[in-house]
Design a protein around this ligand. Structure first.
Ligand code: ADP
Length: 333
């Protein structure tokens, strides 16, 4: 079997809360999360706000450390690396954020912004080589040489996101983590940036971990998808198959609540979701012994209260953490 580019093993991240006057509390942002990402794919991660997506992104970028668990990146544990080794590894994994304006230094010209990550390279390119590389990268993301001397405020939102992508790709990374990278863009600009990402995967073999609350976006670009609920992975598989026939009631609720999943050429999936499933609050309490989705689940039964479902293979390439997956499989699509 091929070695995955990222191998996430039983990742848990607890945040301590409370304070001087409030009772101490613990938020489990990631809960025993295990998944792999294959090289050369676009892997979507979806889930509502607060389910742990950004925590996962920060840990993968080594900007935060897990409470327990490990991340094996290209064969090496991310958390065993010395600061120097980590610095060297930085060229292999980059990040694109939601707000391109906030993440681009307004006082720097585009050429300098895009060149910035090159300082992590062992072999320091000459000024001329650096410039050549920046120009080639700008062209690759659909910008031109004349734009290299401009400042970020002179660009539209979509162009700024292209600049952010050029900066992320300049070190020729193996992995780009895109956290809500197109969420702030208009639909038509979103489609252009998504096309660019798909092309970069195809032509340069870059692996993208595409993190978003927007199912339509993942539906449009992702090869594989992982669905997160309260820090856990509850479903994973090929994106198209997962959205067409969810095997977890939560995925179904998400897909049904997102009519724009059909915007990219799919027929409408199913009638509206059960209102109760959406109305129940999304709260973080201590992890109980039963299924975390139980209070919102239309299929909940006694077993769900007694035993937390583990992620298991239900169909080839399809995994889900639901006791009722077989029932979902038999239900009309
Ligand atoms: P998402 O990106 O899916 O919106 P996050 O990863 O930002 O979710 O957050 C997951 C949970 O962890 C949330 O309940 C959030 O409040 C909590 N959390 C995230 N970062 C911190 C932090 N630095 N301190 C305390 N709690 C945090």
């Amino acid at each position: 079997m091929k070695t995955p580019l990222i191998d996430i093993r039983r990742l848990t991240r607890d945040y301590a809360g409370g304070g001087l006057f409030a009772r101490p509390s613990l938020t489990r942002a990631l809960d025993d999360l295990t998944m792999t990402v294959e090289a050369g794919t676009i892997h979507g991660i979806v889930g509502e706000s607060g389910c742990g997506k950004s925590t996962l992104a920060r840990i993968l970028m080594a900007l935060d450390r897990p409470t327990s668990g490990d991340v094996i990146l290209d064969g090496a544990s991310l958390f065993d690396l010395s600061p120097k080794e980590l610095m060297r590894k930085r060229r292999d994994f980059q990040m694109v954020f939601q707000d391109p304006f906030g993440s681009l230094d307004p006082r720097q010209r585009v050429a300098r912004i895009v060149a910035e990550p090159l300082h992590v390279l062992d072999e320091k390119p000459s000024r001329a080589a650096k410039r050549e590389r920046v120009m080639a990268m700008l062209e690759a993301v659909g910008l031109n040489a004349a734009q290299a001397e401009r400042y970020p405020h002179e660009f539209s939102g979509g162009q700024r996101q292209r600049i952010a992508i050029a900066r992320a790709l300049i070190t020729e990374p193996k992995l780009v983590v895109a956290d809500e990278a197109v969420s702030a863009l208009d639909l038509s600009v979103q489609a252009q940036v998504l096309n660019l990402i798909t092309r970069l995967k195809r032509e340069r073999g870059v692996t993208f971990l595409f993190i978003t609350h927007n199912l339509a976006v993942v539906d449009a670009v992702a090869d594989q998808v992982g669905v997160m609920y309260r820090g856990r992975l509850v479903e994973s598989g090929p994106a198209r198959a997962v959205f067409e026939r969810p095997l977890h009631p939560y995925t179904r609720v998400l897909a049904d609540a997102e009519p724009s999943v059909t915007k990219f050429g799919r027929p409408p999936a199913r009638p509206a979701p059960p209102a109760a499933a959406l109305a129940a609050p999304l709260t973080h309490g201590p992890p109980g012994q039963g299924c975390a989705f139980l209070p919102r689940c239309p299929l909940a039964g006694p077993r769900c209260a007694a035993e937390a479902p583990v992620l298991r293979q239900v169909l080839p390439g399809r995994q889900t953490a639901c006791h009722h997956a077989e029932q979902m499989l038999c239900a009309p699509a």
